[in-house]
Design a protein around this ligand. Structure first.
Ligand SMILES: [Zn+2]
Length: 285
């Protein structure tokens, strides 16, 4: 199932360390029946790998959100965990503002790792997955209020088809992109487990989503988040070849590596997080 691109020691993409990626990929569990949010690296294993990297690593908060909305009462706890209520979200953004955090862009993150570009004080990268309408309605106004930057990873095959109730329309995506605060990035076409589909299907998911989102925004789409964090070295190499510059998973970690720009970790903010739990997640500096 897991596709590795041979045993070459050096990747043809200088920003990818194939050896390290391979070590990490082997730790990802592939099982269709498990809770998608549990698909991630083994943190203990990753900690071991971190120790072997003397330089080119950085500690940084990257948060991931899904729905900014009140969950319906009949949802399972797992589904509920993907929600943050608008009230809590407002409190969390206010907390970041009051406590001197600075929201950054992915460009700033990659530049800091690649070129030692300085980052502002207490940097935090805010990311939102799936392109829900609740982002437009409940998160975007708050982000505008605080002049905060954020990234939305959009499922580019989910426009129309009766999905306008739940997902942002093309018009909304254009508007948030034009605001200059929100970066639009890919979350594939159909939200598959990328590591479980054919190479041709992977190419379609990566290439077509990049094109569609670029056509909507008039901007280059440089970044991708892998649905369920499902990724392997084949996917990473194809993403780089197709012009992506970095990729994001769901791995609950704060360490970012120069040589692993396609395996950025994120820490998810969940329904049950009260403000002090949120503070604990971001106060790492
Ligand atoms: Zn997703």
């Amino acid at each position: 199932m897991i596709l590795f691109s041979g045993c070459e020691r050096k990747s043809k993409f200088p920003h990818i360390n194939t050896e390290i990626i391979k070590k990490n990929i082997e730790k990802i569990i592939f099982n269709e029946n498990i809770d998608p949010s549990s698909v991630r690296y083994d943190p203990a294993e990753k900690a071991k790998i971190i120790k072997t990297l003397p330089e080119g690593q950085m500690k940084l908060v990257v948060l991931s959100y899904h729905h900014i909305d009140k969950p319906a009462g009949n949802l399972s706890n797992t589904t509920k965990s993907m929600f943050v209520t608008p009230e809590n979200f407002e409190k969390q953004m206010k907390y970041l503002y009051i406590n001197g955090f600075t929201t950054i862009t992915i460009d700033q993150l990659t530049n800091a790792l690649d070129n030692h570009a300085p980052l502002p004080k207490k940097p935090v990268l805010l990311t939102f997955d799936d392109g829900y309408k609740s982002f437009y309605e409940n998160a975007f106004p708050v982000l505008k209020k605080y002049n905060f930057h954020a990234v939305t990873f959009i499922i580019a095959g989910y426009f129309g088809k009766g999905r306008d109730e739940l997902y942002m329309t093309k018009k909304m995506i254009k508007e948030i992109s034009d605001s200059g605060l929100i970066e639009i990035a890919s979350h594939t076409m159909s939200h598959p487990f990328l590591a479980k589909i054919s190479p041709a299907a992977v190419d379609y998911e990566l290439k077509q989503s990049k094109k569609i989102l670029s056509d909507i925004t008039g901007k280059e789409i440089k970044y991708i988040a892998y649905p369920y964090g499902s990724v392997n070295s084949y996917i990473i190499n194809r993403a780089a070849a197709l012009g992506y510059k970095a990729g994001f998973g769901v791995y609950k970690d704060y360490i970012h590596y120069k040589n692993q720009q396609f395996l950025h970790s994120r820490v998810s903010v969940q329904y049950t997080d009260n403000l002090s739990m949120f503070a604990k997640k971001v106060e790492i500096y």
